[in-house]
Write a protein that binds this ligand. Structure first.
Ligand code: FAD
Length: 427
């Protein structure tokens, strides 16, 4: 008789709500992770995000081994894997933390129904966010679609509750199952070792975050995004700390939850404009232009440096993400969905809610988005945020030898974008 704790995007033992409650169960707990083929089959074999998951699981397994346990790793279609697990084990209970993406919601509903059909109890917890689903809503119960009032309500609620509880499971660790499960080697699971090293946390200068965060060469942002994506840090601990250290940094963590609640309340945003009035925009969608953008050869140094950083590392500084996204949608008039898909493929911190939310923001099609007539000038952005060209030279070593001409003139592209948007926006 056992209890399963099912890890998904909460890859840590520390301050893990679902795990904490699983360990209170009267049955020994078997920690489980499933490599979901429905996701993996669409990724290249050496996808760095899979590497990141491997590294995180290896770390968890090491910690579990010290406790005399180990993680059970399976690979397959999630529902089929659960079918096999229920034959293999006498399962009494299943615990997991909630995931709010549309695919995950559907998957979890199917698993919960399967468990229920076998009289197995399942328990789902909020772990990934401070406030989930509709917890931060307008007084009429409808979701916020504008960030600032959302943030104000979020802060009001956060400040009115007791400081975040710590779900410290150390006292209950003895309840782990003592059996030894094989931790399959990377080879057995079928992945090549990842080239990605876990990026060091960059929190020592966070007190100046509000002044330095926009300058890519300073590189003073936290680099926590992949950790938040895969749950290798606790959001409760981070928010608790951020609230004391820097309000602007805290407000970025609130943007994260804002876009999560937008995706939860309006799942159509994954593939449709949030503002359907923008559906009439005639995108140019030129494939050659798109290739130049992807490869970082547009002739605009700030855009090219950003895309080259992304291609080389799976990361791009936020200010530069805004510049490249605006350039794609407005200068090149390419549908934001193309850019969103490219980022989704490349970003180590790819998060559906944040990616879609920010892309729609840049395109002007999203909730609370940049106005359509605001067209970033990539050269002015460069002067403002990388005046000495330090970031640019890092990614474009040939910069000083004379850089190629821009693929499209800024003034021309700006006028064309505004005219195209104006003509396409339904009154
Ligand atoms: P910090 O500045 O240290 O911020 C701390 C954390 O706050 C981040 O790790 C992230 O979780 C959150 N955060 C910060 N800014 C935002 C934001 N604008 N929206 C939502 N959350 C935010 N972020 C992702 O995590 N995944 C994505 O797929 C993603 N796609 C983006 C696409 C575009 C076009 C743009 C403009 C931004 C995107 N962002 C995305 C938001 C932001 O660029 C990254 O979160 C940030 O650059 C990550 O670096 P950091 O951890 O050092 O950030």
């Amino acid at each position: 008789e056992i209890t399963f704790f099912w890890f998904r995007r909460d890859l840590r033992l520390e301050d893990n709500v679902g795990l904490f409650f699983a360990l209170q169960s009267k049955f020994p707990v078997v920690p489980l992770f499933i490599f979901d083929l429905a996701i993996l089959d669409n990724l290249p074999k050496d996808d760095p995000r899979v590497g990141f998951i491997h590294e995180s699981l290896a770390k968890i397994n090491q910690q579990l081994e010290e406790l005399g346990s180990a993680i059970l790793i399976k690979k397959g279609k999630t529902q089929e894997v659960w079918g096999q697990l229920l034959q293999e084990f006498d399962v009494k209970e299943v615990y997991f933390n909630k995931d709010y993406e549309p695919y995950a919601i559907t998957r979890d509903m199917a698993i919960v129904a399967l468990l229920k059909s076998k009289n197995i109890s399942s328990f789902a917890y909020k772990d990934q966010v401070i406030f989930e689903e509709k917890e931060i809503s307008k007084s009429d119960g409808l979701p916020y679609t504008v960030y600032t009032p959302y943030k104000n309500k979020w802060l009001e609620k956060y400040n009115s509750i007791a400081p975040a509880a710590e779900y410290d499971a150390s006292n209950t660790f003895f309840n782990f199952h003592k059996g030894h499960f094989a931790f399959p080697s990377l080879g057995q699971i079928g992945f090549e070792e990842s080239a990605i090293k876990v990026i060091p946390h960059n929190l020592k200068n966070i007190g100046n975050y509000h002044e330095t965060r926009d300058f890519p060469a300073l590189d003073t942002t936290s680099h926590l995004s992949p950790h938040l994506r895969f749950g290798t840090v606790s959001i409760r601990k981070l928010v608790n700390w951020a609230a004391r250290k820097n309000q602007v940094f805290l407000s970025e963590l609130i943007w994260r939850e804002f876009f999560m609640q937008i995706l939860f309340s309006f799942p159509k945003v994954v593939s449709h404009n949030f503002k359907s009035a923008y559906d009439g925009i005639q995108w140019r969608n030129d494939e050659e232009d798109f290739k130049r953008w992807c490869s970082g050869t547009t002739g605009y140094p700030m855009v090219d440096a950003g895309m080259r950083e992304l291609n080389a590392t799976g990361y791009m500084h936020n200010r530069v993400r805004m510049v490249v996204a605006s350039f794609l949608c407005k200068h090149l008039l390419i549908n934001w969905q193309w850019g969103e898909a490219y980022f989704a493929q490349k970003l180590l911190d790819f998060e559906l809610s944040a990616n879609v939310g920010n892309w729609q923001w840049a395109a002007g099609t999203g909730c609370d988005a940049a106005p359509y007539f605001r067209v970033f000038n990539p050269e002015i952005q460069q002067k403002k945020f990388d005046e000495k060209g330090i970031y640019i030279r890092k990614w474009i070593p040939e910069f000083d030898l004379g850089y190629g001409a821009p693929m499209v003139d800024h003034a021309f592209a700006r006028d064309r974008a505004i005219a195209t948007y104006k003509a396409g926006i339904l009154k």
